[in-house]
Design a protein around this ligand. Structure first.
Ligand SMILES: *Cc1c(COP(=O)(O)O)cnc(C)c1O
Length: 383
């Protein structure tokens, strides 16, 4: 028996290819969820599958007492993509946040100003472990598990003045999503991240950007912070990084990389198979031009959604989109769409999130869109 942690949809998927999934009754679906922004290169990408199979048949695990070639190569690839950031590998988004929080506290102390406070945003989501949950700005997810970790302050997202009000010498880091994913694809004002960058520079606090959901091409840029022309001191990655295998990465500028041996560790982090999968995933993103594809396909889909649903708000960037209705119809739409062959997700009773694999073809996008249009029309006319 499984613990009762998920309200599961009544479908059992058995295989996938690109942006399509197949269930145990042989029914085919268009995937507008990508396993929650994970399957960016599509399901069962042959190059990722081959890299995993080959690495699994060669070396699966040796512990981080030893270097491995896949892990070293992956750190090199990420350094190349980020202007020279150093990597710490773990196994999930929440773990990448935990690493960032510890790094920020150590960095704050190393500066000799005993800065320990972490400033986060209301509505933000950073994961379910205690540190990440304490950073998360959603009281409903936190309340059952109090007391939380101390030293976290939450300010309204997108409000630079509110951020400025809490910035002082005791702040170790500001931790933000460049676009709030779980909150329903919330985009801050265009100068918000630049203001946060400036406030961090003035106080010595680190700017940590949680790119777990937005990173690696999803928004039409390698990293969402590129849209705002700022760069972080620390960045968290996970979801799409290894094409569906569990991995997380906490990256930092060389200057902020203050960990020493013994400070932080994880048994499985950056293991050979996950690293090989990540290398193949990054290779596919480059070879298939998926960053540009996310931009083009996302703009096209956003325009189609805006035209089809004049009463709903469409927002997002690249292939991370949300459709916000005035009524509580999102869960109904998700359920009926699944029955009609489209996988979708609601981040709230009024909000649909749309984040297909970046490899989705125009034809698949059109097909998914037609199902969404039809199902939504039916729900809106009966509720
Ligand atoms: C999903 C997510 C996390 C948590 O990742 P897990 O792998 O589920 O622990 C953290 N931050 C953001 C922005 C996310 O979307």
């Amino acid at each position: 028996m499984l613990m009762n942690t998920y309200a599961r949809m009544p479908v059992r998927f058995v295989s996938g290819r690109g942006a399509r999934l197949t269930d145990d009754a042989g029914r085919s679906y268009i995937d507008f969820l990508a396993g929650i922004a994970v399957a960016s290169v599509g399901h069962a990408h042959p190059l990722v599958a081959a890299a995993v199979a080959e690495q699994a048949a060669t070396l699966i695990h040796v512990s981080n007492f030893f270097s491995t070639i896949p892990q070293e190569r992956l750190a090199g690839e990420l350094a190349e993509l980020t202007g020279g950031m150093y990597s710490f590998f773990c196994n999930s988004g929440a773990e990448s946040i935990e690493a960032a929080l510890k790094l920020a506290r150590k960095h704050g102390r190393a500066q000799g100003r005993d800065a320990t406070r972490i400033v986060c945003a209301e509505g933000g989501f950073h994961g379910r472990t205690f540190g990440a949950l304490s950073a998360t700005g959603q009281p409903s997810k936190q309340a059952p598990f109090e007391p939380l970790v101390g030293g976290f302050v939450h300010v309204p997202y997108g409000d630079a003045a509110a951020l400025e009000d809490v910035m002082d010498d005791g702040v170790a880091a500001v931790l933000l999503e460049p676009i709030q994913g779980e909150a329903g694809v919330v985009i801050p004002p265009s100068d918000y991240l630049a203001s946060a960058r400036k406030l961090c520079d003035e106080t010595g606090a680190l700017l940590i950007l949680d790119e777990v959901q937005t990173g690696l091409g999803r928004t039409g840029a390698w990293f969402a912070w590129e849209h705002d022309g700022v760069s972080p001191d620390v960045m968290c990655l996970a979801k799409a990084l290894a094409g569906g295998l569990p991995i997380g990465a906490c990256l930092s500028t060389p200057k902020a990389a203050v960990f020493a041996p013994g400070d932080h560790a994880t048994t499985f982090g950056g293991g050979p198979v996950q690293s090989a999968a990540a290398l193949a995933t990054l290779e596919v993103i480059k070879a298939e031009g998926l960053v540009g594809r996310a931009h083009v396909a996302g703009a096209r889909l956003a325009a189609m959604l805006s035209a089809a649903f004049p009463d709903a708000a469409v927002r997002g960037r690249g292939l991370l989109l949300a459709l916000e209705f005035e009524r509580d119809v999102a869960h109904d739409i998700v359920e009926r769409a699944l029955g009609a062959g489209l996988v979708l997700n609601a981040t709230s009773p009024t909000t649909l999130r749309i984040c297909p694999p970046l490899v989705i073809t125009d034809e698949e996008l059109d097909h998914g869109f037609e199902i969404l249009k039809e199902v939504t029309g039916a729900v809106l006319s009966t509720t």
